[in-house]
Design a binder for this molecule. Structure first.
Ligand code: HEM
Length: 422
C-alpha cells in the first residue's frame, strides 16, 4: 500500500473483496475529508471493533456520537488535566522503581513495562484513595478489567454516587466542576434514555483502549528513536536537568511546558511513527478529489503515515530531526501535513492528555536512565496491529543516571535509591 501511495501520487483505488476503497495520502486531500462536519462517519472497517468497543465514541456515528462528544469534552478540561498529572507522576515513579530492579546492561523488552504503566494510569488507581481523575475513582477501572468489562461495576458506582449525593456542599464549585469521566456518564444517564449501563461500559472500554495503547506506542517509539540518537538523548537529559534543578515537588503543567526539546522529540516521533497510521471514513456526499468524483458511501482511507513523510513538506522525510518542529520551521507547513491526532470534529479528544502523559513518563525515564536501542531504524519492523507498533517490541539496554540537584538525588530519593540498593 505504501508503494502504491507513492506510485499514484496521493490517490488510488483498491478493492477489499467487492468493496472499493479510495486511498488518500496528501495533506491537501486530508483537508477535504477532515475539515468539515459532513464526513464524520467511520467506515465499516471499524465494525470489527464493535463486538469489543460497541458504539463508543471512537466507533459511533451521527447523533449519538455528537451528543456523547459534547458530554465527554469537559472531562478533558485543563483543570482535569492538572489532576491527572498527579497520577502520571505517581505511576511514572513506580515505573522507575520497576526498571531499577532490572540488571544493568542486559537487553530486555521495555514495551510491556510502558504498557503496564499507561494502563495503570488510565485505570486511575491512585494509592487506593478516591481521586478526581478524568475517568475514574478508587479501583473502578481495574475492577472493570477484572470483571471482564461487567456492567456490575458501573451499577456499583451508580449506587455510590447516590449514597454520597448531598455530601458535596452547595457552592463547592471545584468539586462540582471536577466530575470524573464515569460520573459524567452516570449523571447524564439519569435523563438520557440512550445511556444505559451497557452504553457506559462501551465508553469505558473505548477510553481504556484509546487511552493506553496509542500512548504506549508513542512513548516506546520515542525511546526507540532516542536510543538510536544518543546525541539528542543527551540534549534532552540536559534540558531535564536544567529545568528541574530548582523545582520542588511533583511535576506540573508549567514546568513541563519548559521541556521544549522533549516536546519536539515527541512530535517528531508521532510524525515518523503515528500511533494511528490510518483513519477511515464513509462518505456522506459525493466529493471531488484531485479531479476524481468519489461517490457518496465510498470508503476513504487516509494514510497519516504517508502524509507525514510528504517530501514537499519535509526535507529528508525519513530522518529523525526534532528541530523540524522549531517555531521558525513549522510556519510554512501545510496545516494537514501533520495530523497524528487527526483533525476536525472527529479529532482525538485525548490529545492534550496524551502529550502531558508522554512528557511525564519520558521525563522520568530519561532522567533516570541512559537508553540504547538494540534495533535501528533500518532493522525495526513497524506493524499495524490496530495501532502502529514495533514487531519485536522495544529491546533496549539501560544504564542508570544519577540526577543531581543541590547534591541531592532527584526525583525523590526512593526512585533512585531503591535501585542503588541504598
Ligand atoms: C499519542 C497518543 C494518541 C494518539 C496518537 C491518538 C490519535 C488519535 C486519532 C488519530 C484519532 C482519530 C481516530 C479515527 O478517526 O479513527 C483518535 C481518536 C480518539 N482518541 Fe486518541 N490518540 C492518542 C491518545 C488518546 C488518549 C490518551 C485518549 C483518552 C484518554 C484518546 C481518546 C480518543 C477517543 C475517545 C477518540 C475518538 C474521538 C471521536 O471520534 O470523537 N486518545 N485518537
Amino acid at each position: 500500500m505504501l508503494k502504491r501511495c507513492k506510485r499514484y501520487t496521493g490517490i488510488f483505488r483498491s478493492w477489499i473483496g467487492s468493496t472499493p476503497h479510495v486511498n488518500l495520502s496528501k495533506p491537501e486531500y486530508a483537508e477535504i475529508i477532515l475539515n468539515n462536519s459532513i464526513h464524520i462517519d467511520k467506515s465499516t472497517v471499524y465494525d470489527y471493533m464493535k463486538p469489543w468497543l460497541g458504539e463508543g465514541l471512537l466507533t459511533s456515528t451521527g447523533r449519538q456520537w455528537q451528543s456523547r462528544r459534547k458530554l465527554l469534552t469537559p472531562a478533558f478540561h485543563f483543570r482535569m488535566l492538572d489532576d491527572s498529572l498527579k497520577i502520571f507522576d505517581t505511576k511514572a515513579q513506580l515505573l522507575i522503581k520497576q526498571l531499577n530492579k532490572l540488571p544493568v546492561a542486559e537487553v530486555f523488552d521495555m514495551y510491556p513495562y510502558i504498557t503496564h504503566c499507561s494502563l495503570d494510569i488510565i485505570c486511575g488507581n491512585h494509592n487506593h484513595h478516591c481521586t478526581r481523575h478524568p475517568f475514574t475513582f478508587i479501583n473502578i477501572f481495574n475492577r472493570v478489567v477484572e470483571a471482564a468489562m461487567g456492567v456490575d461495576v458501573i451499577r456499583e458506582r451508580r449506587h455510590q454516587i447516590l449514597k454520597t449525593a448531598g455530601t458535596i456542599v452547595d457552592g463547592d464549585e471545584t468539586a462540582a466542576e471536577k466530575k470524573t469521566f464515569l460520573d459524567i456518564l452516570i449523571e447524564a444517564s439519569k435523563t438520557d434514555a440512550t445511556l444505559g449501563d451497557e452504553d457506559i461500559r462501551q465508553e469505558v472500554d473505548t477510553f481504556l483502549f484509546e487511552g493506553h495503547d496509542t500512548l504506549t506506542a508513542a512513548v516506546c517509539w520515542c525511546i526507540f528513536l532516542l536510543g538510536n540518537h544518543l546525541d539528542v538523548q543527551e540534549r534532552v537529559y540536559e534540558e531535564i536537568q536544567d529545568t528541574f534543578r530548582n523545582h520542588e515537588g511533583p511535576v506540573n503543567a508549567e514546568i513541563l511546558g519548559k521541556l521544549k526539546l522533549l516536546e519536539r522529540c515527541i512530535k517528531e516521533t508521532l510524525r515518523l511513527y503515528p500511533s494511528v497510521p490510518i483513519v477511515a471514513r464513509q462518505l456522506q456526499k459525493d466529493i471531488d478529489i484531485g479531479g476524481y468524483v468519489i461517490p457518496a458511501s465510498s470508503t476513504v482511507n487516509l494514510y497519516i503515515y504517508v502524509i507525514h513523510r510528504d517530501p514537499r513538506y519535509y526535507n529528508n522525510p525519513e530522518a529523525f530531526d526534532p528541530d523540524r518542529f522549531l517555531p521558525e520551521n513549522i510556519r510554512e507547513k501545510h496545516h494537514y501535513a501533520y495530523i497524528p491526532f487527526s483533525a476536525g470534529p472527529r479529532n482525538c479528544i485525548g490529545q492534550k492528555y496524551a502529550m502531558l502523559e508522554a512528557k511525564v513518563l519520558l521525563t522520568y525515564i530519561l532522567m533516570n536512565f541512559k537508553i540504547k536501542s538494540v534495533e535501528t531504524e533500518k532493522t525495526v519492523r513497524p506493524i499495524i496491529d490496530l495501532i502502529l507498533r514495533p514487531l519485536n517490541g522495544l529491546p533496549v539496554t539501560i544504564e542508570r543516571r544519577h540526577f543531581q540537584k543541590d547534591d541531592v538525588l532527584y526525583p525523590p530519593p526512593y526512585v533512585n535509591v531503591i535501585g542503588n540498593g541504598k
